[in-house]
Design a protein around this ligand. Structure first.
Ligand SMILES: C[C@H](O)[C@@H](O)[C@@H](O)[C@H](O)C(=O)O
Ligand SMILES: [Mg+2]
Length: 433
């Protein structure tokens, strides 16, 4: 097959899955989310396509699809060599388009749209090179890798030269599971999921908290009784609390020895996280955040302020691979472990590449509990689902940055026209929005 040279088209689909029916994904702020994504396909002058997505929830997906469509002008007709040879510059052009930057810049809906497009381009590039994304990243020379990064607003924390210096498989990369501890799960379901996970070799768990303190204490006790104290147990409040409330609540959960409290308060409150960390670190509880941290500038400040102990980048909230790598390099400089956020739709499939890149080329270690989130839902829709063995992510082998959803799932779950949605509407399970 000839190498593609130019982008000839870009399509986007609104894909939603009815996860709210079983309360998968439920937490203190998202009571019954429908996991969804804006799914982008970039076409070229050959049969090769790049696929990317932005994980979203429910009705919000429309808005992200619209933002992606409005960015077509910056994508269609572009020569691939111009993009890949100067990817950092192209990334800046996309994120700082003067006709759209007012509604960002580099945050929220426009950044989710950026992530879907940029990740689709990386998928295409990796396919052209015949390598899985992580291999493409670890094989690049330092200069090439650093050229994909836009250093704007970062140079007081990490310069281009420092990034160049930072350059430095058998058992896989450690995962932890969120699937046992959704807030909407009954005690029976939790017990069932934990038992299954332990039988599968899992030793690291996360539980949702933040709705009711007494109930959290009860569930914490139950969880620890199920898994014992030799395993890792984290908790996640999904931004539920004010700062002092977070401290008091977590003091009550401290006896159950959580490794971290994730998203205790607003994702934008750097000093708030610092105050929480200062109060809880002496009790052995770290602060983790990042799944809603909007860009590298926010991460820079979290790192400079020492306000987090675990950095949780999200593959679709930051502006795709280029910005994720920038944050990995900064975190390595500050000696903060990155434990990427996953789950959602296709996030596990994406972040596994980053964890390998981190281990092989960036931090070079698994120390400080470096681990990657895993949630077990929706993988049946993926073209190349992740493989977990004994609680570890096994390196993906297929070329690309594969978030690819199976054609039949794309057809069935397109919202609202897909047959699966039509059926659920007819059954009265959902109302048309
Ligand atoms: C609504 C979602 O399921 C969140 O609860 C989820 O992303 C979560 O915060 C996580 O850490 O996996
Ligand atoms: Mg979380």
């Amino acid at each position: 097959m000839n190498e593609p040279t130019v982008i000839t088209g870009m399509t986007v689909k609104d894909i939603r899955f009815p996860t709210s029916l079983e309360k998968q994904g439920s937490d203190a702020m998202h009571i019954a989310p429908n996991f969804s994504c804006a799914y982008v396909v970039i076409q070229t002058d050959t049969d090769l396509e790049g696929h990317g997505n932005a994980f979203t929830e429910g009705r919000g997906t429309d808005v992200v699809c619209y933002a992606i469509t409005s960015m077509q002008k910056k994508v269609i007709g572009r020569k691939l060599s111009d993009i890949f040879n100067n990817f950092g510059t192209y990334w800046r052009e996309i994120t700082n388009d003067d006709q759209t930057r007012w509604i960002g810049p580099e945050k929220g809906v426009t950044h989710l749209a950026t992530a879907a497009i940029i990740n689709a381009l990386w998928d295409l590039w990796a396919k052209m090179e015949g390598k899985p994304l992580w291999k493409l990243l670890v094989d690049m020379d330092a200069e090439q890798l650093v050229n994909t990064i836009d250093f704007t607003y970062m140079s007081d924390a990490l310069t281009r030269d420092e990034a160049l210096e930072k350059d430095m498989l058998e058992s896989g990369h450690p995962s932890y599971t969120t699937s046992c501890g959704w807030l909407g799960y009954s005690d029976e379901r939790i017990t069932e999921e934990v038992t299954k996970a332990i039988a599968g070799g899992t030793t690291r768990f996360k539980m949702k908290v933040g709705k009711d303190l007494q109930d959290d204490i009860r569930r914490a006790k139950m969880f620890r009784e199920l898994i014992g104290y030799d395993k890792i147990w984290c908790v996640d409040a999904n931004q539920k609390w004010d700062v002092d409330e977070a401290i008091d609540w977590m003091k009550a959960l401290a006896p159950y020895k959580p490794l971290w409290i994730e998203e205790p308060t607003s994702p934008d409150d750097i000093l708030g996280h610092l105050k929480i960390a200062q109060a809880l670190n002496p009790l052995g509880i770290a602060v983790a955040t990042g799944e809603m941290c909007q860009n590298r500038v926010m991460f820079k400040q979290f790192l400079q302020a020492n306000a987090l102990q675990y950095c949780q980048i999200d593959a679709c909230r930051l502006g795709g691979v280029n910005e994720c790598i920038a944050v990995y390099l900064m975190a390595a400089k500050f000696d903060i472990p990155v434990c990427p956020h996953a789950g959602g739709v296709g996030l596990c499939e994406l972040v596994q590449h980053y964890s390998l890149f981190d281990y092989i080329r960036c931090s070079g270690t698994l120390e400080k509990n470096r681990m990657t989130e895993y949630a077990e839902h929706l993988h049946e829709h993926m073209l190349d689902p992740v493989t977990i063995k004994d609680g570890n992510y096994m390196p993906p082998k297929v070329a690309g940055f594969i978030v690819g959803i199976k054609p039949e799932s794309l057809r069935d779950y397109e919202y609202p026209v897909g047959p699966a949605w039509q059926k659920m509407f007819d059954q009265g399970l959902f109302e048309r929005e």
